[in-house]
Design a protein around this ligand. Structure first.
Ligand SMILES: [Zn+2]
Length: 326
């Protein structure tokens, strides 16, 4: 076992026993100069924006915001977990309690309707879907939402029990892409990187160069050669890497205990303007949340300070149109 892994485990047990705080742990993990690449101190203190956090009343928001302060997360958000027509309201009500730290994406609740109605939902023959789109546009126009999603055009491999597949270039997705370009908001899309889905995504991105496609979990199992080709071809494609760092039920990791796997450092450096991070913890858990942020800080310590800052917060600020942090 590598020395750094032994040290990490020893320090995690100190956190569990309350001897040191999570943020102190992160500093300790990142500071030893010989163990990590240059830029480690910078990686330990970078502000982080979490682009895949599902607002949910089950989180203890007061404790959570304290944890944000402890681990250096400035903001987090996305849509609430699917609750039908109430999904956006759940997220907006939760965010209202702390609008400076939580931002909201909308329309994720459409997943239930698509599962129920099937093809008429994604061909826009469904009146209920058309109505929901009108309401989404009103919320975007009013500035209540910072993005659209999480939408699920293909979950056949990653979440086989929760829905399935509809074309990423269907009339529904074309309409949503138009909203993304009109209101300049990212569209968070959970879509397995199958050949068929990737082809549809490419057709959609070619048809609307201003649609901002934030590929949630970067396709779950897509690897650097495919992602490199897609990023080169489509300037409106962004990777969002939640579930790809740390333990995941269904995605291929890009790291081993925080250490980047082959090909990823080069990809993240070369496309440093096109990558954001997220946590996407399935169950509200402060411990699990801080563990993932700790792993992300280890990843940042392997990147150049410039790339790390963009991926940790700079690109998210640009996509959310926020004022830049330090
Ligand atoms: Zn997802």
């Amino acid at each position: 076992m590598k020395l750094i892994t032994i040290l990490t485990r020893a320090m995690l047990s100190l956190v569990r026993s309350g001897v040191i705080s999570h943020f102190a742990l992160i500093i300790l993990l990142v500071l030893p100069a010989n163990a990590y690449a240059q830029g480690s101190t910078h990686a330990a203190t970078l502000p982080i924006i979490d682009m895949h956090f599902h607002p949910d009343p089950a989180w203890d928001l007061t404790a959570f915001v304290s944890l944000f302060d402890e681990v250096g997360v400035t903001k987090a958000g996305n849509g609430a977990r699917e609750r039908g027509p109430d999904t956006d309201k759940v997220a907006l009500d939760f965010a209202l309690q702390n609008p400076d730290r939580i931002f909201v994406f909308g329309f994720g609740g459409i997943r239930g309707l698509i599962n129920k109605e099937g093809e008429p939902a994604w061909t826009l023959e469904s009146e209920a879907v058309r109505k929901a789109l009108v309401s989404l546009e009103a919320d975007l126009r009013a500035g209540k939402l910072k993005g659209i999603g999480e939408l699920h055009p293909n979950t056949t491999l990653s979440q086989p029990k929760r829905g399935g597949y509809f074309p990423a270039d269907s009339p529904l997705m074309q309409h949503i892409c138009r909203l993304s370009s009109t209101y300049k908001v990212p569209l968070s899309a959970h879509m397995d990187a199958t050949e068929q889905s990737v082809g549809e995504m490419e057709r959609l991105l070619l048809s609307n160069r201003n649609c901002i496609w934030m590929w949630a979990h970067a396709g779950h199992f897509a690897q650097p050669p495919l992602l490199r080709r897609l990023l080169q071809t489509h300037p409106n494609l962004y990777l969002e890497l939640s579930q790809r760092v740390g333990p995941s039920f269904y995605a291929d990791r890009i790291d081993d205990d925080g250490e980047l796997r082959r090909g990823w450092k080069e990809l993240l450096e070369d496309f440093q303007d096109r990558v954001v991070i997220g946590t996407d913890r399935v169950k509200p858990s402060l411990n699990a949340y801080s563990r993932v942020i700790g792993l992300w800080r280890q990843v940042f310590s392997q990147l150049s300070p410039k790339a790390a800052a963009k991926i940790a917060h700079g690109n998210a600020e640009r996509l959310l149109r926020l004022s830049p942090a330090n």
